[in-house]
Design a protein around this ligand. Structure first.
Ligand code: ADP
Length: 370
């Protein structure tokens, strides 16, 4: 049993089931991120944990208490909304302590809790202002302060950073991470932003079409995606997916692909786990950073394969240079060092770190497991 247990939970609106049999067990102190494209069901799931949506079937429990049917105010959870939902006519201080007041907490205790939270979030100097007199980032802090002050069992965040500009979003992301490291409260955090998911979480549930596609640590999700959807949704630029034929030669398995001239080239896999795929098509998945020049290849790589191909476009992007090419008729992106010596349309010796390669069944799009 976890601290927060979501057991076989479904949600239907009328006859339409929008969430299918979700099973997630969250340990105390975990930072779980629900990530997926718009409409995948992540807010619905969060709202069911909060008690804002009814659970159609299955059970949600927190700290061994079944929450189905329990009023939101009795769940000891706190939610931070995308819109912040601050009361415009109250000061920051009143916004933060309003919930405590409603729960009959004495004034001296409220003041102490407010002072602690204000100091933690560095908003002491804003306590007498109204929300209208605050920047977006400051409002975000107040909304978090209001949630924190209640010392909840579980924090729920619904896309809390999506109304902030890019720079502030990155700063607040770090703040939230620091806060979690300090307080170690259990968090469930919804976002459509895969970078937020990878940077903040201890575990991620990648959702699509009302299904949890994969539940795992950021590294598991990134290195061993369960299927093509997860592989291409998580990571930017997306994982390259290249049709390839499996060729078994003795003890070795190769992915045979076509370069931009239509010539066949072979990349050796680390192990021969693809024996039964001999002669069949697979989808080869390679992350952009696993395709470099020879000097740029990962020093820890045990199996770097070489591929000669014509360079398409080169795009310097400050810290990296992105290089495009065509493989088996698909556009492929490589992520190289900023100072790599490479020019458009030249023939280039690419180094491919096959330690990081994954293979997918082209029919089911599920990863073929070694
Ligand atoms: P996300 O948060 O991932 O964008 P939602 O949880 O908001 O997705 O929605 C999941 C699915 O449920 C969507 O297909 C959406 O159209 C549907 N949905 C959400 N709320 C309702 C509702 N009140 N009535 C009917 N369908 C809904």
């Amino acid at each position: 049993m976890g601290f927060l247990d979501i057991a076989n939970v479904t949600k239907a609106y009328g006859n339409t089931e929008v969430l299918h049999r979700v099973d997630i067990s969250v340990q105390e102190g975990e930072f779980l991120v629900l990530v997926g494209p718009s409409g995948c069901g992540k807010s619905t799931l969060l709202n069911m944990i909060a008690g804002l949506e009814e659970i159609t079937s299955g059970e949600i429990s927190i700290n061994d208490r079944v929450m189905n049917g329990v009023h939101p105010s009795r769940r000891n959870i706190a939610m931070v909304f995308q819109s912040y939902a601050l009361y415009p006519n109250m000061t920051v201080g009143q916004n933060i302590t309003f919930g405590l007041e409603m729960h009959g907490v004495p004034k001296a205790e409220r003041d102490k809790a407010m002072a602690d939270v204000a100091s933690l979030l560095q908003i002491d100097h804003l306590l007498d202002r109204k929300p209208g007199q605050l920047s977006g980032g400051q409002r975000q802090r107040v909304a978090m302060g209001r949630a924190l002050v209640r010392n909840p069992d579980v924090f729920l965040f619904d896309e809390p950073l999506s109304n902030l500009d890019a720079k502030l979003r990155v700063d607040m992301r770090t703040e939230i991470k620091k806060l979690h490291q300090k307080l170690k409260t259990t968090v469930v955090y919804v976002t459509h932003d895969q970078i937020e998911a990878l940077t903040l979480s201890t575990r991620i549930a990648v959702m699509y079409n009302g299904y949890v596609q994969q539940l795992g640590t950021p590294q598991e999700i990134y290195d061993t995606p369960a299927n093509v959807f997860v592989a291409t949704f998580m990571g930017s630029p997306a994982m390259n997916i290249v049709p390839a034929k499996v060729v078994i030669n003795g003890d070795d398995a190769y992915a045979e692909i076509e370069d931009s001239n239509g010539a066949k080239q072979q990349l050796k896999f680390n192990t021969n786990y693809l024996q039964e795929w001999n002669g069949k098509e697979i989808l080869l998945g390679i992350r952009p950073e696993a395709i470099t020049d020879s000097e740029g290849a990962d020093r820890n790589a045990t199996n770097v394969q070489h591929l000669t191909n014509t360079v398409g476009v080169t795009e310097p992007a400050g810290s990296d240079t992105f290089v495009t090419m065509t493989l088996s008729g698909k556009d492929v992106i490589a992520r190289m060092r900023a100072d790599v010596n490479i020019a458009p349309e030249q023939s280039f010796d690419f180094a491919i770190n096959m330690d990081k390669a994954v293979a997918f069944d082209p029919q089911s799009e599920e990863r073929i497991k070694p």
